[in-house]
Design a binder for this molecule. Structure first.
Ligand code: NAP
Length: 346
């Protein structure tokens, strides 16, 4: 109901309380307009490490958030198998988001080598469906990609440098980028390196899982890779960049195409583990740096450092949190007196 109609109704009911009616009317209409006017974001992979942070970031900035998950979907999150085209179409037509942040993916390179078909279905085909539907319903599409699209031989990499993925995961994410930009030319692709954040269990991220190695101090020595150079990045910083990009891109259609965002501290797994030990005042002498490339089923780039100047020049970046304080933030719930904490978006 419009403001004048609502006012007339109230005034008819209680003509002696003109001022009260007017105030109540202003309050209720403003509330309604705020809810109706809030932009809507649909976050896929909202049960995952990055998706949870993205939901929280947009929610606290006043957006209406629609989060989707699959196996872990819980109350307040929608369950949707993104590889089911009809389900994706139905979802977008029902919720009509202004922005879609597509976080859902299979992101474990070794799992991808073993279950290639299912993972390609999610990383490529589901992305393609979402991009087509985003273009049809006029939503801004933000696709999360990875530094693994590069081979790591000639860092740092700018947005226009030629990708050359070394493994199935990197190839599938690169194909997802191409599908995104083919079906939805106004889309944004955000490449990020290895992530950590508020995890549901320490093993949820390769970075936080190093805490287990640190805790093995009383046992035998523990070797850790000291060859592959990484730039651990806090999912909360990525989430803030997603929000800034979304807000700007909705106003300015020239904000589209590929962007890079990354933490600034270069570390091997060995160096991350030592930093974690120091952060928690734990011994690190049992940690042994391994200077030969680790055996894994999927090849990984040696150093796929991302040059992030495009975001910075447009004032769309955030200052990455320092690794030590960020990792303390994420791991404290797992210190001996607090083993577990629920972190899914409420
Ligand atoms: P994650 O924690 O493994 O979460 C994956 C998400 O995908 C979960 O929410 C999962 O839902 C959902 N999902 C899986 N299969 C699905 C299906 N068939 N239909 C719908 N949803 C499905 O991943 P993440 O670490 O947050 O990664 C987010 C994005 O960042 C990905 O695009 C990834 O490629 C990229 N990235 C991640 C890293 C990293 O280190 N984590 C590094 C670079 C780039 P359920 O769990 O509910 O089934």
């Amino acid at each position: 109901m419009s403001f004048p109609k609502f006012y007339k109704c109230l005034h008819r009911l209680c003509p002696d309380h003109t001022l009260h009616c007017l105030l109540m009317c202003v309050l209720l209409c403003t509330q309604e307009e705020l809810l109706v006017g809030a932009p809507r974001v649909l976050v896929t992979g909202a049960t995952g490490l990055l998706g949870r942070a993205v939901c929280r970031e947009f929610h606290s900035a006043g957006w209406t958030v629609i989060g989707t998950g699959y196996r872990r979907a819980r109350p307040r999150l929608l369950r949707c198998d993104l590889t089911d085209e009809d389900a994706v179409r139905g979802l977008l037509h029902e919720y009509k988001p202004d922005v879609i942040v597509h976080c859902a993916a299979e992101r474990r390179p070794d799992v991808m080598e073993r279950h290639t078909e299912a993972a390609v279905n999610l990383n490529v085909h589901a992305t393609s469906t979402l991009a087509k539907e985003a273009a049809t319903c006029g939503a801004l599409f933000l696709y999360i990609s990875t530094d693994y699209v590069f081979d790591g031989r000639n860092p740092p990499y700018g947005e226009d440098d030629s990708p050359n993925p070394l493994n199935v995961y990197g190839r599938s994410k690169l194909e997802g980028e191409r599908e995104t930009l083919r079906h939805c030319p106004g889309a944004v692709v955000l490449r990020v390196p290895v992530l950590f954040g508020e995890v549901e269990s320490v093993t949820e991220s390769v970075v936080t899982s190093l805490y287990l190695k640190v805790q093995e101090a009383s046992e035998e020595s523990c070797t850790l890779d000291h060859v592959l150079q990484r730039f651990p990045t806090d999912a909360r910083d990525v989430a803030a960049v997603c929000r800034k990009l979304s807000e700007r891109a909705r106003q300015d259609p020239s904000i589209r195409g590929i962007f890079h965002f990354s933490g600034k501290e270069q570390m091997t797994k060995y160096e991350m583990a030592v930093a974690i030990a120091q952060a928690f005042n734990l011994p690190s002498s049992h940690l042994i740096p391994l200077t030969e490339q680790p055996a894994a089923s999927a090849l990984r780039p040696i150093n796929s450092q991302l040059n992030c100047s495009r975001l910075e020049l447009l004032n769309l970046s955030v200052e990455p949190r320092p690794f030590t304080s960020a990792i303390i933030d994420c791991l404290w719930p797992f210190t001996p007196d607090k083993r577990w904490r629920q972190t899914v978006f409420h």
